[in-house]
Design a protein around this ligand. Sequence first.
Ligand code: SF4
Ligand code: SF4
Length: 354
Amino acid sequence: MAIYSRNFNDVDLSDPVKAADYVKRKAMEFGADAVGIGSIDRWNTAPLQMDPKQIMPECKSIIGMLFRVERGSLRGLEEGTYFSNYSSMGYGGITYLYMPMTVINLSKTIEDQGYEAIPMGHQSDWRGIDADGFTPRNYSRPVRPGQATPDIMIQLRIAAFLCGLGEIGFSKMFLSPQFGPRNRIGIVLTDLELEPDPIYDGPKLCNRCGECIRNCPGQCFDVNNTIKVNLAGHEVEWANIDTAKCDITFRGAVLTDEPQDKPYMQERPNSKPGSWSPFYRKPRNLYNTGQAVCGARGCTRACMISLEKRGVLENSFKEKFRRRPPWTVDWNTPPVYSKGTLFRDQQTKVSDVD
Ligand code: SF4
Ligand code: SF4
């Protein structure tokens, strides 16, 4: 028996148009739901700590890929009965399992042909900036004069925009024409020259309906304080978001003035469950970062409902998403358990005592 190995340098990728077609077909084959390409000059005005050229100075192209969050993974949250699926299958699982497979396989395919490729997903835990773009002191230091402080973090929503895959909505969420806000984004940096796609110019997705703002359980958006940026010559504006508040709210917590006897989040003594969480304590993370108890109630679910109602998404469904009135939990009243609930300490079903 002979050793089996991959073929190297057997595809001519010297023509950027043909190379782009090859790379896109491979990305779809490996599991992307949509793929677009941005030329590196579109990042010319990127801040130092977010500049891809700081990672790969010879980078010529960035390949952007969308991975849909299944609408079904939001179903259990919408019904209020099954919260873990979004955090696992729709969030951490895509980020830490599915997407890495695709971006790694695509990078290997490019490297087989003699071009360097860096696979990237949401794995930015080592980044040298905080959620608001500031560099924390005493975290890391530049290794050469003129270089950024490790690690660089490429803004993935902006990358998807610069790869022509869609818009950035008023919620700052990336909106694709296929799935609206239901996307995770992966990218590959490469020194292979690929024909870029135009910046998205399709049907307008965000119409400033404000559903994301009104339905955010933490009221994390400040519509009177918008952020305006110029991305490759295109003006983009979104509502400022209090990321620290979102960070607490999306885990299902609300902060209190006084420490709680049994705090909702172990690491925050002054936390209790909000009306958007049915859990007495925050459940443990799934796939490292999956802890989205709020289920993106405003920025994803409400936005998706709004976009679907307007009929602007390509991934349309036979039945509307919201079929029952939205629920909230009243933590000031005792729980009412349903028939069939069985407590070990009672050894009696609720149905038996009725
Ligand atoms: S909910 Fe409305 S305003 Fe908010 S991002 Fe979606 S389309 Fe835009
Ligand atoms: S994740 Fe939840 S808390 Fe954060 S902005 Fe979206 S709806 Fe608001």
